[in-house]
Design a protein around this ligand. Structure first.
Ligand SMILES: [Zn+2]
Length: 277
């Protein structure tokens, strides 16, 4: 699977990208914690609104990210993540929802799709993964927030199906990339959850033994990539950004590592069109 990635620094703001998506007519990225204004212990580029710091600081972080990467802050649309598998289509009339105070957030959804060049899809993460889907033939994109529940519920396939319904996209034209997440050496889950995965994806290699017999280590990234291939995306068009959020404290927030109140959130963005800056 394509695991090449690039860490770019612009104006001090660090963003990682999947090299497989770079030639496509889209802008995408997954933020690191580098380059924002948040104080310790959440330093520095926290994008999660439900964190113990002033909203003005978080908005400054968004604006710095957007300025550095040529993304229009006013066009962001944020999923209303609930660890489900619902996918919604969004257009420019939804811009600002989930981001701006005073606008109604989107209804419950963990995935959003669009064919509108005036929309920037946005999701938040703190160990959970981002799924980026691009259909360059129909100029359509989809982005999802996926923890174990979303991955097990095949939210990636649901993005693809919704893009087919709304835009006529077909999986053989698509590209799918999985963002940074907690890796298969670090992600402890109960044995029950691990066995749900090996059954759903018919692959025993997704789990590894844990010193505590009640637990296993789960490789959620490989499960997600398998799900995209099973949904019809060509194997050569499936990739990931191989960073582990739990292991890289300098670069990423990790809810598992630092816990509530001490960790911020990274953001993933995906928009049609190339960076003009
Ligand atoms: Zn790891």
């Amino acid at each position: 699977m394509n695991g090449d990635y690039t860490l770019t620094m612009r104006d001090g703001v660090g963003v990682v990208t999947c090299d497989m998506l770079s030639p496509l007519p889209v802008r995408h990225g997954f933020t690191t914690r580098l380059g924002g204004f948040s104080d310790a212990p959440i330093d520095a580029l926290n994008l999660g609104f439900n964190r113990p710091e002033p909203r003005a600081v978080i908005e400054s972080n968004y604006k710095k990210l957007c300025g550095a990467y040529g993304v229009d802050y006013n066009k962001l649309v944020l999923v209303s993540y609930v660890h489900g598998t619902d996918v919604l289509e969004v257009t420019k009339k939804d811009c600002g929802r989930g981001i701006k105070d005073g606008l109604t957030p989107l209804p419950d959804c963990d995935g959003i799709i669009t064919q509108d060049p005036d929309v920037v899809l946005f999701t938040l993460h703190a160990d959970c993964s981002a799924f980026f889907v691009v259909d360059p033939v129909h100029n359509a994109i989809g982005l999802a927030h996926a923890g174990w529940r979303g991955t097990l519920g095949r939210i990636g396939e649901k993005l693809i199906r919704k893009m087919h319904e709304c835009y006529g996209s077909v999986p053989c034209d698509m590209y799918a990339a999985v963002g940074p997440c907690i890796c298969g050496d670090c992600y402890e889950v109960s044995r029950d959850v691990g066995e749900l995965f090996t059954a759903e994806f018919n692959d025993e290699r997704l789990i590894k033994p844990h010193p505590n017999d009640e637990k296993v280590y789960l490789d959620i990234r490989t499960a997600a990539e398998n799900a995209f291939i099973q949904a019809g995306v060509p194997r050569e068009n499936v990739g990931h950004i191989p960073c582990c959020t739990f292991e890289n404290e300098d670069l990423f927030y990790s809810y598992r590592r630092n816990g509530r109140g001490k960790t911020g959130a990274m953001g993933a963005f995906l928009a049609l069109g190339k960076d003009k800056s």
